[in-house]
Structure formats: structure tokens, C-alpha cells
Design a binder for this molecule. Structure first.
Ligand SMILES: Nc1nc2c(ncn2[C@@H]2O[C@H](COP(=O)(O)OP(=O)(O)OP(=O)(O)O)[C@@H](O)[C@H]2O)c(=O)[nH]1
Length: 409
């Protein structure tokens, strides 16, 4: 991300416009279904509990005042509540949740049409239980189980149509009673649908706001990661920079001292420097010097494998390699192999007094040698490097456990 890049302010739910049918583009619609099911799950069980409490209170009141309106129908009501509660619990199971709500809707349809049949065709008293309540039960099922809005709308229209037709054919009502009942039912159902529509719209806007917020959060997270890596990676060579190296080295030392389970067994530190690099720049120019640095740094980068190990540019033409999973002997073998590989790159260096090609000198130190911290370990490796330079360059020197420098090559 560049400094010139501008961001529009984060949108709120009110800034997002939805089409009248409220449908979102396909992948978002899927996510919304999942989100809305989860959001309804907690509320739905609370709603069921409230309905059950109200029903029991009404029954108690009825038994006190001695009427029998509810008593005639409490059994099917309580039964349907228990079925709904059980289904709600099952809807949390992945195995059930895809097919159970449509199945319930189908059941509501069946009950409704049975009610209409019982009421209109055979004039059965049980029709009272199902007849007027079924369109509302569609609304309730759709709300509790978060069916898609369009299925709710279509189901309600079909159910209401069937109910009105049923009313029309019911012989015991006069035409005026038909009309009154139809208008009453329509008013009641429109109110429920309107409430559902507004609720659905708000929920979808809320979902979209959260979705946009998550996107911005992810963008911020990636931008932070880029900034963090820019702050610790050397742009030219791709090695960790000095700041990053010091932080990692200190962290490794901290783990070592705490004897934490993640601590490395030891820390081997290799410090290397290109021989006669000033002359290289003077002979071939600074841009060619940069190219040379990139090629030379590619050698340790390709050799460092383990997760905690790393190669870093310490500064100028000096590089540090930290190896944690190796013995001191393995680190010395690694150093020698690296020196060889740089030599084998065969980068011509006519200004060098040690070889015709670019070479490096390496100083190696190990935490087993008693260095108290990263800075002390670096100092030991620097001392070894200094002596490798003094001994003619293009060689590996190590600081032994007695604090004496020994030449390896
Ligand atoms: N091209 C280029 N040169 C750099 C960079 N950083 C440091 N240098 C050069 O590296 C050279 C380091 O020179 P010295 O410290 O004298 O060391 P040297 O010539 O390699 O001699 P010895 O280390 O004793 O073998 C200087 O000339 C710096 O200008 C860089 O990023 N790019």
C-alpha cells in the first residue's frame, strides 16, 4: 500500500442500498443464510419460552375465572410448541438443518389444508385448531427457522389464498362475515409480513456492514504484515535487516536463558564479509557492487533451511547467519561450504588481492562458548572474522570454547 492510496470512510448499514427483493449476490447470500440462522438460534428458543409461559399463564387465568376457550385447544397448542422446540434444537445439527425447516413448512401446509378441508367440507370441530392459525404458523416457522424471505412470502400468499377460499365456501358464514373475516386475516398477515420484511432488511444491512468491516480488517491486517516485513527485511537482498536480526537473536537468547521448551539447543552465529569489496566498487562501479551483493547473499539464503535459522544483512557487505539446529561442528561445515559456493559463483574480481573471483571471509562463534547475549556472540564472531581477514581472507575462523580464535581454512 502506498502513502498516496486513499480509503473511503467505512460504510455503515445506512450507506448500503439493497434491492426491493433484498437478495444479495450468490456467495454473499449463502454467507447470509448461515449468519441469519445463527443469529436467530438464541432468540428463537427465548421466543418459544416466552410463548410457553404466556400460554400457561392464560390457562391458569382461565381456570381461575372458569371459562373454557383455551382448555379446548391447549393440548394441540402445547404439542405444537414442543414439536417446534425440538425441531429448533435439531436445527443446530448440521445433518438436520438443511432439510428440516422446509419439511416443517410442508407440515404447516398440510395442517392448513387439512384444517380447511375439515372446516369446509366435513364441518369438523377440529378445524378450529388449524384453520385460522395456520397462515400465522407459516410466518412463525419462517421467522424462528429463518427461512428465506421469498419462501415465506410465497407460502403465506398461498396459505392465505387457500384460507380465504375456504372461508368463501364455509356455509355457516354470511357474505358480510366472509368479507370481514377475510379483511381481518389480510390485515393480520400483512402486519406480520411487513414486520418480517423490515426485520429481514435490517438484518441484511447489518450483515453487509459487518462483511465490509471484516474486509477492511483483513486489508489492514495484510497492510500491517507488509509494513512489518518491510521494517525487518532488507529491500535489496531479501535478507532480514539488522533490526530484524537483533530482535530475532535477542529472542532466541531469551528462550535459551529461560530454558523454555521452544529454546534452541545452542546458537551458532556466522558473520561474513566480502573481501576487498571497496575495490570491487571502485573497479566495476556501485551498481555492479549492488548486483554482486544480491548474488552473494543468495548463497546463504538458499542454504538456510530450518524454521528458526535465518540469514541477515548486518550492514554494508557484512552478513550474519544464525543456525540453531546444528552442532558447532555442523556450523563450521556450513561456513566452509558457504565460502566455497561463493567462490564457485565465479564473479570476476580483478581488484582482489586474494583471488580472481569474489570471495568471503567468515567468523564463527557459538553460544556454548559462554557469550551472555546476542551482542556478545556477535562480538566473538566479529573477532574471529577480523582474524580471518588478517590471516589473508577467503577463509573461515572460529572462536573456540576457550575464547581463542582458530583458523579452519
Ligand atoms: N555497491 C555497494 N557497496 C556498498 C554497499 N554497502 C557498503 N558498500 C561498500 O562496501 C565497502 C566496504 O569496504 P571496506 O569496509 O573497506 O571493506 P573491504 O573493501 O571489503 O575490505 P575488507 O573487508 O578488509 O576485505 C565500502 O566501499 C562501501 O561503500 C552497498 O549497499 N552497495
Amino acid at each position: 500500500m502506498t502513502a498516496n492510496q486513499t480509503h473511503s470512510p467505512l460504510p455503515s448499514g445506512n450507506d448500503i442500498s439493497l434491492p426491493w427483493h433484498l437478495r444479495l449476490p450468490s456467495p454473499l447470500e449463502q454467507d447470509f443464510r448461515f449468519y441469519s440462522r445463527n443469529s436467530a438460534a438464541g432468540v428463537a428458543s427465548g421466543a418459544l419460552l416466552l410463548i410457553a409461559i404466556l400460554l400457561v399463564c392464560a390457562m391458569l387465568l382461565e381456570s381461575l375465572i372458569g371459562t373454557e376457550i383455551l382448555m379446548q385447544t391447549w393440548r394441540p397448542r402445547l404439542f405444537s410448541l414442543m414439536v417446534t422446540g425440538g425441531c429448533l434444537a435439531l436445527c443446530h445439527q448440521p445433518r438436520w438443518r438443511d432439510w428440516l425447516p422446509p419439511a416443517l413448512l410442508l407440515l404447516a401446509f398440510t395442517l392448513s389444508f387439512s384444517g380447511i378441508y375439515l372446516g369446509v367440507v366435513i364441518d369438523h370441530p377440529l378445524s378450529y385448531v388449524f384453520f385460522l392459525q395456520t397462515p400465522l404458523s407459516v410466518v412463525m416457522i419462517s421467522t424462528l427457522f429463518r427461512l428465506p424471505l421469498h419462501s415465506t412470502m410465497i407460502s403465506t400468499v398461498v396459505m392465505t389464498g387457500a384460507m380465504i377460499t375456504g372461508l368463501f365456501f364455509a356455509r355457516e358464514y354470511s357474505p358480510y362475515e366472509h368479507l370481514t373475516l377475510t379483511l381481518l386475516s389480510l390485515a393480520f398477515i400483512s402486519m406480520s409480513l411487513f414486520g418480517q420484511y423490515v426485520y429481514e432488511k435490517l438484518l441484511r444491512k447489518h450483515f453487509l456492514s459487518e462483511h465490509v468491516l471484516y474486509q477492511h480488517r483483513d486489508e489492514l491486517h495484510s497492510a500491517n504484515q507488509i509494513l512489518e516485513s518491510q521494517a525487518t527485511v532488507d529491500g535489496m537482498t531479501g535478507c532480514i535487516n539488522r533490526r530484524g536480526m537483533e530482535a530475532r537473536l535477542n529472542h532466541l537468547y531469551h528462550l535459551l536463558k529461560q530454558q523454555s521448551p521452544d529454546a534452541p539447543e545452542r546458537i551458532n552465529l556466522l558473520l561474513f564479509d566480502i573481501d576487498f569489496f571497496k575495490q570491487y566498487n571502485d573497479t566495476y562501479g556501485h551498481p555492479a557492487g549492488d548486483e554482486c551483493l544480491k548474488k552473494v547473499s543468495g548463497v546463504p539464503l538458499s542454504m538456510v533451511q530450518a524454521e528458526k535459522d535465518f540469514a541477515a544483512r548486518y550492514g554494508g557487505e557484512e552478513f550474519v547467519i544464525v543456525l540453531t539446529d546444528s552442532s558447532f561442528n555442523d556450523a563450521l561445515v556450513f561456513a566452509e561450504r558457504m565460502r566455497n559456493r561463493v567462490e564457485q559463483l565465479g564473479l570476476p574480481h580483478s581488484g582482489s588481492r586474494v583471488n580472481q573471483v569474489v570471495t568471503i571471509s567468515i567468523g564463527v562463534a557459538c553460544s556454548d562458548g559462554g557469550a551472555e547475549n546476542g551482542a556478545a556472540l556477535l562480538k566473538q564472531a566479529d573477532e574471529a572474522l577480523y582474524q580471518a581477514k588478517g590471516a589473508g581472507r577467503n577463509r573461515v575462523a572460529m572462536m573456540n570454547t576457550q575464547g581463542m580464535v582458530e583458523m579452519l581454512t
